[in-house]
Design a protein around this ligand. Structure first.
Ligand SMILES: Cc1cc2nc3c(=O)[nH]c(=O)nc-3n(C[C@H](O)[C@H](O)[C@H](O)COP(=O)(O)OP(=O)(O)OC[C@H]3O[C@@H](n4cnc5c(N)ncnc54)[C@H](O)[C@@H]3O)c2cc1C
Length: 393
């Protein structure tokens, strides 16, 4: 029974960057698509991130970044009359990333490592007056490595843009609609949305860190876990033009880099400094924690830590804070493709800290698989590496 709801070709769970990109690409190809989002578009990290579209420092994932840039460029100028939806346009040139540190040796070493894995980023080490000439807001002792990547966009804008595209192409987006996969005999028949069945030819789960809850409700399959980040919006009299990221940001997608524990003393909570300014708003980040940090206590601490790099942060008024979870996969790479054990059930999740940068191309890969334009995916992102969810065993 489908409770009178019209069947669709593809049903998607999740209105983040991945789900909305997939919905737009499918709808624009003439596929009848339904996207169920339990809250609102961009309710998760896709609406609350730092807003940097950037290279992921991983040669396997780099093609997803380059292709996503093309897909973002194709969005063109997206404007809407809806005050709740942000306009989008990919800047013509990257703002550039300055990896910042207090040790010249560490920066030199990282620049060499990046040059080996991503020579297209043209890492250039800058010290002393050359750093201040480029970014006068930086503290005098800061050393930097400039990377040719990093497009600053309003955090929710990319996701909003694809949701608008999906709807303009006839895709159905249901908000406030909590969904689970309608499974029978190891086959996905569609979705159960708030208790109502919707039949679908294929199902795509793009539910970010909650993807395992949708696919294996007994909790026995956890290749993606939430890693909580705090972002703080600050008012800076004079903001950097570059995106600033503390040395170490390149490793935040690697499980070996996580050893955070939620401590009563905020001074013990690890963080990696970042600062992204777009349209007069500066986002200061961030934590990488297995549980939600206390935003009220942690925000001033992030600002204090950031002031070691940008001294004016010490006095910068805090405008707001936002917390969200990165969908972090166990090996730092997303799961893109068929869910092992169920032929017409697909997954696209686990982008960790790089979902805005890679999401559209990831969605395209899975869409191509769903519509039969490709037969396989690169082994490094194939979900089979984690085995089937327990409900499909
Ligand atoms: C602090 C922070 C800063 C970041 N900064 C950057 C950055 O600068 N650049 C970058 O590239 N990436 C950044 N990221 C990472 C990026 O935001 C994520 O990788 C990306 O947004 C994940 O997108 P997603 O679509 O996979 O998941 P999500 O955005 O989590 O979307 C999943 C959606 O599924 C919905 N959902 C879940 N369960 C159900 C259900 N049962 N039924 C219906 N809907 C459901 C949720 O409500 C949610 O809206 C940042 C992340 C954090 C936390």
């Amino acid at each position: 029974m489908t409770s009178g709801r019209r069947p669709v070709d593809v049903a998607i769970v999740g209105g983040g960057i991945v789900g909305t990109s997939a919905a737009a690409l499918l709808a624009e190809a003439g596929t009848r698509v339904l996207l169920a989002e339990r809250a609102s578009i961009g309710a998760g990290a896709s609406g609350r991130n730092s807003g940097s579209i950037q290279h992921p420092f991983d040669p396997v994932l780099a093609p997803f970044y380059h292709r996503s840039l093309q897909l973002y460029a194709e969005v063109g100028e997206l404007a809407t009359d809806d005050p709740g939806v942000q306009g989008f346009r990919l800047p013509a040139e990257p703002n550039g990333i300055l990896l910042v540190a207090h040790s010249g040796e560490a920066i030199e070493q990282e620049a060499r490592a990046i040059a080996e894995i991503a020579p297209e980023l043209n890492p250039e080490v800058l010290e002393g007056p050359r750093v201040r000439a480029l970014e006068p807001t930086l503290a005098p002792e800061v050393v930097a490595c400039r990377l040719n990547t990093g497009y600053a966009v309003p955090p929710a804008a990319a996701t909003d843009a694809f949701a608008v595209r999906a709807e303009r192409a006839g895709g159905i987006i249901e908000l406030g609609a909590s969904a689970v996969v309608w499974l029978e005999a190891g086959r996905a028949l569609g979705l159960i949305v708030d208790g109502h069945r919707v039949a679908a030819g294929s199902v795509l789960v793009a539910a970010g860190p909650w993807t395992p809850d949708v696919l294996a409700r007994d909790g026995g399959w956890r290749p993606v876990v939430p890693i909580w980040g705090l972002n703080v919006d600050v008012a800076l009299p004079s903001a950097p033009r570059h995106i600033l990221e503390e040395l170490g940001v390149e490793a935040v997608g690697e499980p070996s880099g996580w050893s955070p524990s939620v401590d009563d003393d905020v001074a013990g909570v690890p963080s990696v400094f970042s600062l992204v300014t777009v349209a007069g708003s500066s986002t200061l980040g961030s934590t990488f924690l297995p549980a939600e940090p206390d935003a009220m206590r942690m925000a001033p601490e992030l600002r204090r830590r950031g002031s070691r790099f940008v001294p004016s942060l010490a006095e910068a008024p805090i405008r707001s804070t936002r917390i969200c979870a990165r969908p972090q996969s166990r090996d730092g790479r997303p799961l893109l493709g068929r869910v092992p054990g169920a032929g017409n059930l697909f997954v696209a999740a686990g982008h960790g800290p790089w979902g805005i940068s890679l999401g559209p191309a990831s969605a395209e890969l899975v869409v191509d698989l769903i519509v039969g334009l490709r037969m396989s995916v690169p082994s490094e992102v194939d979900p089979t590496r984690f085995g089937p969810p327990t409900i499909l065993n």
